[in-house]
Structures are given as structure tokens and as C-alpha cells.
Design a protein around this ligand. Structure first.
Ligand SMILES: Nc1ncnc2c1ncn2[C@@H]1O[C@H](COP(=O)(O)OP(=O)(O)O)[C@@H](O)[C@H]1O
Ligand SMILES: [Mg+2]
Length: 237
């Protein structure tokens, strides 16, 4: 359903993504890993529409979406979270979901929002101020809940597990597993931790200095000498 063909992104003299080709199907849970600065978030920005690829093609459900604006891509079913959670200020948790749903689905369905709040364990916090009254875990769950409210077919998760301690991370992973099973949507998740990715994903793609250097099962990928070198090296300075 998602297909990237030879995608390159340049920012002035810097090539952040170099000739990346990657395809993933409807029901997959795929990890995207690589050192800091490898181009992971930029690739998400290209898919969701925040950054225009310099060259290459981005297809979603067979349609070329490279020139589609952000909101059109959301309507087509591309949902995402941000590396730094971005709740809307002055709005409650519930209102954040309403805005996200209107943006992504073009209508408001309070029943569905209640269901998402319940599923993401945020029902108790529904009327809290989203920007100021949430703990880190809740803020991260809200970030995922907002993406779910857009009613995606493919969910892009940018480091939603980063910064959580071990037990919190484990709980969150369980939630993502359930989410994948229950909503039957594709998930592409950026996460640095090898153990986490190996236990969560059947497939992992590795970016290094903007290039896709490996794509396979966690076992294949994390035994690949190029990947080991990339993980033990310093990445971008
Ligand atoms: N909007 C931008 N303008 C200029 N450079 C950018 C921009 N976004 C990202 N970069 C650069 O592109 C490279 C890849 O960044 P990023 O995609 O955020 O990496 P990652 O998410 O893998 O850590 C970095 O060198 C970063 O500084
Ligand atoms: Mg990033």
C-alpha cells in the first residue's frame, strides 16, 4: 500500500535521504531504525507531506501522492505522530482528538473518540488540558490517540517509545501490539532500541546517512555487518 521509489531529499547542500526505495503492505508492522541524523524523520515528513522529496515517487494505495498536500494525505489514510509530542495548546485531550479527527477524517464522531480515549487509557484525562496537565506517558499516548483519531490506514510512529523507562516502554509496546491487531492498520515505527524493535516488528529497515542499508527480519538485519558498523559507529557528527 505504501511504496517509495528512489526517494531523495536535499536541504541545500545536505542530502538527508538518498535514493530510498521501500514498500510495505497493509497489515505489516515495520521498524525503521538508524543513527541520529540518518534521515528517518525526514522520510516520515516526505510520506506525510511536510517535506517534498527532491526526486523520486511516493505511492499510497497505487496513487502518486508526491504533490498532494498534507490534509489530502491524511484523508487518504496516512496518520503520524511527532518525535516531540505536539498537543494543541489551550485544548483538552478530547478536543485535541476532535481537531485531529476533523482534519484526518473530515467529520466528528464522538463515539469513536470515546473508544479511542478508552483504548489508549486516556478516558480519565479526557477533560484535562493537553499541553499542561499530562505526564510523559500520557502525552505519548495522546500523540498516538491523535493519530488514531485521523482514522489512518497506515500509522507512522516517530520514536513514541523513546524516553520511557523499561516498564513504561513494555506497557506501551503491548498497547501498540494490541492497536495493530485491533485496528488492522499498517504501522511504520521509528525506534532506536534494537531489543524493542526485535520484539515488536517482523521486519526492519535500516537507514544510515540517508541510505537504506538493510531491510529484512530483525535477525537478518541486526546480524548484518553494515548494520552493526552503523550501530557501533558514531552516526552523523
Ligand atoms: N528542514 C530541514 N532543513 C535542513 N536540514 C534538515 C531539515 N530536516 C532535517 N534536516 C537534516 O537532515 C538530516 C536528517 O535528519 P532527520 O531526518 O531528522 O534524522 P533522524 O530522524 O534519523 O535523526 C540531519 O542532518 C538534519 O539536520
Ligand atoms: Mg528523528
Amino acid at each position: 500500500m505504501l511504496q517509495l521509489d528512489n526517494v531523495t531529499v536535499r536541504f541545500g547542500g545536505l542530502t538527508a535521504v538518498k535514493g530510498v526505495s521501500l514498500a510495505m503492505g497493509d497489515d505489516q508492522l515495520v521498524g525503521l531504525v538508524g543513527p541520529n541524523g540518518a534521515g528517518k524523520t525526514t522520510l516520515f515528513n516526505v510520506i506525510s507531506g511536510l517535506v517534498r522529496a527532491t526526486t523520486g515517487r511516493v505511492l499510497f494505495d497505487g496513487a502518486d501522492i508526491l504533490r498532494q498536500p498534507l490534509h489530502k494525505r491524511a484523508r487518504l489514510g496516512l496518520g503520524r505522530t511527532f518525535q516531540i509530542p505536539q498537543p494543541m495548546h489551550e485544548l483538552t485531550v478530547r478536543e485535541n482528538l476532535v481537531v485531529a479527527q476533523r482534519f484526518g477524517a473530515g467529520r466528528v464522531d464522538h463515539g469513536k473518540i470515546d473508544e479511542i480515549l478508552e483504548f489508549m487509557d486516556l478516558a480519565h484525562a479526557a477533560e484535562r488540558d493537553a499541553a499542561h496537565e499530562l505526564a510523559l506517558q500520557e502525552l505519548k499516548r495522546l500523540e498516538v490517540a491523535k493519530a488514531l483519531a485521523t482514522e489512518p490506514k497506515l500509522l507512522l510512529l516517530d520514536e513514541v517509545l523513546a524516553g520511557l523507562e523499561t516498564s513504561g516502554k513494555r506497557m506501551f509496546m503491548e498497547k501498540l501490539r494490541k492497536l495493530h491487531a485491533r485496528y488492522r492498520i499498517g504501522i511504520l515505527i521509528i525506534e532506536h532500541d534494537i531489543e524493542t524493535i526485535s520484539s515488536l516488528c517482523h521486519r526492519v529497515a535500516v537507514l544510515d546517512f540517508g541510505q537504506l542499508i538493510a531491510d529484512g527480519t530483525p535477525e537478518e538485519v541486526f546480524n548484518n555487518p553494515d548494520v552493526i558498523r552503523s550501530y557501533t559507529g558514531a552516526g552523523h557528527a
